[in-house]
Design a binder for this molecule. Sequence first.
Ligand SMILES: [Zn+2]
Length: 206
Amino acid sequence: MEKFLAKFNHSQASSSTNGNPSSLIDDLNLDSLEADPGKRVPIAHYNNPRIKDEVRKHYIQKGPCQPKMDSYPPTKIGKRVRQFCKIWFEGPYSKWLEYSVEKDSVYCLCCYLFKDDFFHGSTSEFYTKTGFRSWNRALERFRKHVGDVNSIHNKCLNKMLDLSNHHQSIQVVIDKHSQKVKNEYRMRLEASIDVSRLLLQYGLPF
Ligand SMILES: [Zn+2]
């Protein structure tokens, strides 16, 4: 797919889009996309729907950014020192919770990818843009972010899972097709070897 996409200098994209929120990106190189959610370009900046779709599929395929570190930076909140806990990656938030090493903050993958389809505004931008790091109230705030069954987060999560399943179905078809081609090639190769053996056995020319 990359061959259809023009090469794109991501550092130029970051500086131009950060400096001007109305800047739109028409080209990209998928390899240049930032893994760290704190350094990503907002999804709305990808102007071309086809490119936006490729960016979404890329991040879905990679899965949420969940760096497992021995320790995370401590922050004094009130009288206590708190930090991010990696066990949160294993809980009910495992499909979408992301941690940015760059910003020492958490983000939501599905809201980053799809929130703009449902909502344009600054509400809950800390899950998509600025990050969230009130570690003393993390679980309570995660639950609040998820909300009820019709919440924007759950709509985004469903969209992400739909696209993921669709992509996997296509991959299965490609893999099956590849396996069929491999089997046919193996059969032709084995037939050629059998014929060669036979010709050698009877001293016949090839
Ligand atoms: Zn979310």
